[in-house]
Design a protein around this ligand. Sequence first.
Ligand code: EPZ
Length: 419
Amino acid sequence: MDRLEITGGVRLEGDVAISGAKNATLPVLAATLLTDAPVSVSNVPHLNDVTTMIALLRRLGIDVAMHDAMRLEVGGGEAREHVAPYELVKTMRASILVLGPLLARLGRADVSLPGGCAIGARPVNIHVAGLKAMGAEVDIEGGYIRARAERLRGARLVLDTVTVTGTENLLMAATLARGESVIENAAREPEIMDLAALLTAMGARIEGAGTDTIHVQGVDTLGGASHRIMADRIETGTYLAAGAITGGRVRALGARPDTLDAVLAKLVEAGADVSVGDDWIELSMDGRRPRAVDLVTAPYPGFPTDMQAQFCALNAVADGAATITETVFENRFQHVLEMQRMGADFRLQGRTAVSRGVAGLKGAPVMATDLRASASLVLAALVADGVSQVERIYHIDRGYERIEEKLGRLGARIQRLHD
Ligand code: EPZ
């Protein structure tokens, strides 16, 4: 298995090019199942999760051609298969996103239950309840969700919990349902607006994407379209946090400042100078040590849970004490246990991590447990004294494109070792 070897102590300086958003690419690729016309997708990030989704689409009988590095030509033929098999779904939970489109397009879908992961149980009960409310017969048997519907009918859906992929699955299903659907308590993440932009370009009739109430007027068919994936706001926040933790200056190019208000506010509170343009964000610390910041994660536009681990790393070496409370997932502090091995001073109290900043961390071998935890361990290693080995970085390759190359360009002493 690959690992990253990082020698800490370098202030990062320079520009980093932001890739397309993983969490926009996955629903956008699933949406191509809603039509048998070709869909062109550009600014696609090279990530293991994207490769898995492409493999899933191909397994469903969809042609996917990859062009000049980051552009895909998808479809041009009807999905022939309706089964998303366990061996693919178990490697990427977001495979659940094919459930709504397959059911809406083919009238049937057998999708392996995604199961939990390191950060929580990750149930999909809201996805299933919504499809049932739209008239689908759904049984759970043998570890699979088996859904059938001659044609889905529009419904008023009130989601028990704000769920990103739940909103996306039901939004996609509603575009081909008979009549109007309303999704209440919908997630408001920018990736949902990106998905809705593609669906609208394909001929869907959607109002309110990005708010907590989405109206959809079902249509009989959807056509092809071209779509450019939005910039990855979590990748952007991660590289800005890398600049902050090392006391350096990082400029993220091809970014979307408008999707990062809560994160930029916390970086400023931590003592960073932040300036923004239409498609760039610059952070500078001028060698200052970050100040510890309190935060509570929440659905968008609140502070994103996917940036929580990165701010734990910041607080670990910041000046002062602080609390970070995780309200979205039930087990998302495993990175704290690994940082303690580097000398971080944390106390875990239920869903809150109480930190007292230390003057410095010591490099150590650490193990990644999930995507964002591995990113936070890389950040901690960048500022730790000595050499760290971050193991099991297949987690990191799921969500960060060429991380050692991008950090290396910023001056980090980092290399990928193949065991
Ligand atoms: C999406 O996951 C993201 N993944 C996650 O990013 C992100 O952390 C999460 O949203 C929250 O922002 C993708 O978009 C592919 P949820 P998702 O459904 O949709 C509960 C990353 O690092 N819930 O919004 O699976 C659930 O248990 C990943 O890129 C139900 O109870 O998350 C959780 O407590 C990690 N029933 C809460 O909702 C359901 O049917 C939010 O989960 C669905 C969800």
